[in-house]
Design a protein around this ligand. Structure first.
Ligand SMILES: Nc1ncnc2c1ncn2[C@@H]1O[C@H](COP(=O)(O)OP(=O)(O)OP(=O)(O)O)[C@@H](O)[C@H]1O
Ligand SMILES: C[C@@](O)(CCOP(=O)(O)OP(=O)(O)O)CC(=O)O
Length: 391
């Protein structure tokens, strides 16, 4: 017997930090040791689509990710579901005519249009979509800031994917995490010409998870304390100001030095944690040289917990940045996704060693061209069929 299935679907974006979150002061609540900042990337290129559904005949909570059933027993998922259910329960208590969705089991179906667990921030988009979809299903009226506190418990960086544009995660001080949440620094419209090129250097699952890597750093790195207590608070103010002022020179410089410091504290951990590889380091060398030749910051690199490079640059510099990348990796997948790249000529600026470009060719498998984008969006597209199962 099947009864009514209630459902809601949303998409959610990936975000790539420009001031990195690395370290937890509370591992259960995902409370960070420092505030962080990120750019939300366009969902035209990278997105999670999640449908949350509830019905009185569902036998248990279930999650399907990219067509495969996954366990819902992990403490992070449990924390998100129980907080959302408690909010729905309060709404039902105040409005007895509402259907008792808080008592029904959930079927959650999700698809990422990019590789999962490959250092492309799938957990951020995934948990943001899960929280947003259930909040929509439950008709919750909490603000994105409030919901970001729940998404944070799924994966820290997920709290920043509750917003589009330029986003800060304020670390907060409270032991219960009530003030550790994401806020928007600037909308996508306020600084729309931010572009990003992702060089996929490896799309395989990483060796050391972010969760494990950052706890090794917190427990063993002596440089880490200085980063969290002295460097990041100052950098947070400078980067927020650079974003509001659309000052790419400062934004880009801070982005690069912060990525490098994050990887330095990883190296200062015991045992050391390595996320970048030789190709990643070639990208750093190339971009440093390129900026030097132009005598300004044209492109800024950043690397998360994996070897993939993300380059931020402004739209007006697209011809020279993509000209360089076309000279380096002309054959990789991804160029054909954007028709405007056909007219961009491969260009090697004088002073760039062609051997570096040739070496890069060996290590880069794909390019994703994207830019700043919006936050989660409700959609009519649904992943659930009339029996409450994945379509
Ligand atoms: N759409 C989704 N819905 C729910 N959970 C998801 C979704 N996508 C990813 N996840 C969860 O996130 C995990 C992957 O997170 P992980 O941190 O290992 O990789 P990543 O997010 O791609 O990389 P990084 O955070 O370093 O950029 C998956 O194993 C899954 O548990
Ligand atoms: C390097 C980072 O991407 C680390 C992200 O870590 P996660 O948010 O994936 O970690 P958990 O909270 O343990 O799920 C930097 C960042 O996104 O700020």
């Amino acid at each position: 017997m099947t009864g009514k299935i209630y459902s809601a679907s949303t998409t959610a974006p990936v975000n790539i930090a420009t001031l990195k979150y690395w370290g937890k002061r509370d591992t259960k609540l995902n409370l960070p040791t420092n505030s962080s900042i990120s750019v939300t990337l366009s969902q035209d290129d990278l997105r999670t689509l999640t449908t949350a559904s509830a019905a009185d005949f569902f036998q248990s909570d279930k999650l399907w990710l990219d067509g495969k059933e996954e366990s819902l027993e992990g403490p992070r998922l449990v924390a998100c579901l129980s907080e959302l259910r408690a909010l729905r329960k309060a709404l039902e208590d105040a409005n007895p005519e509402f259907p008792p969705l808080s008592k029904y089991h959930l079927h959650i179906i999700s698809e990422n249009n990019f590789p999962t667990a490959a250092g492309l921030a799938s957990s951020a988009a995934g948990f943001a979509a899960l929280v947003r979809a259930i909040a929509n299903l439950y008709d919750l009226h909490q603000s994105p800031e409030d919901l970001s506190r729940i998404a944070r418990q799924g994966s820290g960086s997920a709290c920043r994917s509750m917003f589009g544009g330029y986003v800060a995660w304020e670390m907060g001080q409270e032991a219960d995490g009530s003030d550790s949440r994401a806020v928007q620094i600037a909308t996508q419209e306020a600084w729309p010409d931010m572009k990003a090129a992702i060089l996929v250097i490896s799309a395989s699952k990483k060796e050391t998870s972010s969760t494990l890597g950052m706890q090794t750093t917190v427990n063993t790195s002596t440089l880490f304390k200085y980063r969290a207590e002295v460097v990041v608070p100052q950098r947070f103010k400078e980067m927020s100001k650079a974003i509001v002022n659309k000052d790419f020179e400062t934004f880009g410089k801070l982005t690069m030095i912060d990525s490098n410091q994050f990887h330095a504290v990883c190296l200062d951990s015991s045992p050391p944690v390595f996320y970048m590889n030789d190709t990643s380091r070639l990208v750093i060398g190339l971009i440093e040289k390129f900026n030097k030749i132009h005598d300004r910051v044209v492109a800024a690199y950043t690397f998360d917990a994996g070897p993939n490079a993300v380059l931020y640059y402004l739209e007006r510099d697209e011809p020279i940045v993509l000209g360089l990348l076309k000279a380096a990796v002309p054959e990789v997948d991804g160029w054909d996704k954007k028709s405007y790249t056909a007219s961009i000529a491969p260009t090697v600026p004088e002073g760039v060693d062609k051997r570096i470009l040739e070496a890069l060719r060996e290590g880069v498998s794909k390019i994703i061209l994207t830019g700043v984008g919006s936050g989660p969006q409700s959609t009519e597209e649904t992943l659930v069929d009339s029996n409450g199962l994945p379509k």
